[in-house]
Design a protein around this ligand. Sequence first.
Ligand SMILES: Cc1cc2nc3c(=O)[nH]c(=O)nc-3n(C[C@H](O)[C@H](O)[C@H](O)COP(=O)(O)OP(=O)(O)OC[C@H]3O[C@@H](n4cnc5c(N)ncnc54)[C@H](O)[C@@H]3O)c2cc1C
Length: 498
Amino acid sequence: MKNNSVLIIGAGIGGLAVGIRLAAEGFRVRIIEKNMKPGGWLQPTRIGGITFPNAGSLVTMPEQLENLFKATGRTLSDYLTFEELSPIISFIFPEENEYTLYREAADTVMKNSLFGLQDQQGFTAYGKRSDRILDEYLPKFFSKPYRRSRNPFASEFGFRGLRPGRSGRSISERLFTSEELRSVHSFWSMFCGGAPSESSHFYRMIPSVMQRWGVLLAKGGSEALVSALEKLFLECGGEIQYNSEAEAIQVYNGSVTGVRLTDNSIRMADYVISDADTAFTCRSLIDSDRFRYATVEAAQMRKPGISLFIYHMAMHSQPKAKRPLIGFNVIMPPDMKQWEQELFTENRLPAHPLFYLHVPSLIDPSFVPQDKGALSVICPVPNIDSEVNWPQESYRFRDRILTELQQYFDDDLRSRLAGERYITPVMLEERFNSFKGAAWGFDPNQEKTEIPRLPNRCADIENLYLVGNGAHPGPFLPGVLQGAEIVHREIINSRKGN
Ligand SMILES: Cc1cc2nc3c(=O)[nH]c(=O)nc-3n(C[C@H](O)[C@H](O)[C@H](O)COP(=O)(O)OP(=O)(O)OC[C@H]3O[C@@H](n4cnc5c(N)ncnc54)[C@H](O)[C@@H]3O)c2cc1C
């Protein structure tokens, strides 16, 4: 095959997935990755002998992974084993209330005491409509290349009847009487960093996806998933160069010619695909001093989303919780509206943070030696555009989290700490090149005016493609894997002259 060299920037899940598909078709594919390991966000943190997952533990829509392996003539189960997770996630409110999501909707209603009769009816209506949104969204938008400059959620994809412009909060206020149920049912946009009162209610598809296809955990965690993809990529003939950072995407006469690395070496390629953060790719890697590219302008127009403060605690032994915890928990603040106002409108650290509390030993017993303990907190915080001075603030914030967390445990947490590591938005920017330290790429709250993600194929730079969080159809393993499949399809079609 002629003119078939592909250079991929970044060995995150998006870069690996598109690399596998193209290498399996006979393209010469090389990935350059700035870190020493593949997986990007999916790489866990290690303290002593304890593994702390960072992202990507929950595998949804597993058929996409199966199809990726099938595309190379292999079978997923030869590389990885999975276990189904149920209950899936628990929301813990002050004053003892909690809400746990189960695979089966009936279990969710029966096992949660928050549901009165009216809220049960609200839940049924919510679930039915969410399923309908999912049924329309997948074929009409998610699995198709997106090329238009107008916002598809406005009308032309036929979503009008489903009113994508309404927020998750407004829908849940109409359907539920309990404040806790309203908070949970408008929370799903937070999985992509979107404010519940502002983001489209379409994010309610997330629990529908979880309930329809189940949530799986890879044995060995997200690291095992990444290793399986890396192995598959190498078996298909791909090459990965670690510790190599792209500095510029070279464009000549409107078409990519290759990539210059930070060591000044140049890698020529017929196609360049960037899995690096989309805002970073467009703002920092594409040389737009002399030419104005619409792709770059589209990225500059979009705001970066919120960031995260991640705090991993290695402990001498597992502390006793006041109430039963599962692997994935969300600790809700006393006043959700106040919290949202502080984080999203005032762009500051909320007085009472909301945070994800992971118990690694309950996610995968192999993560934590039996005589040790571990907890992880993942806390949404403003990105680097805020006035928070992270080098000064990080220790104080870690202390506030410990104080907030203590009220959920009988045992003293501080005296049990054997080791700890925290990751701030500044570190996220350094480690992954994510613009302003945004955790999920662009701010999804732009959905009402502009589609927040960019098309996978750059319209004005020939043979340049984008995958990952900031590219169509968006973050999460299903979104990123789908984006990789679309890029593969676009490249094959472009060679046929379509
Ligand atoms: C806290 C959290 C939890 C999550 N949990 C889940 C979950 O349970 N399930 C799920 O489905 N999704 C989850 N997600 C989302 C999911 O993790 C992401 O959507 C996905 O990992 C993004 O993959 P990616 O390949 O686009 O990007 P990344 O993982 O960011 O990979 C990009 C890669 O590019 C490299 N890179 C960047 N710049 C350069 C450069 N200049 N040169 C060379 N290399 C470069 C980076 O080092 C990195 O390896 C979670 C996200 C977060 C933040």
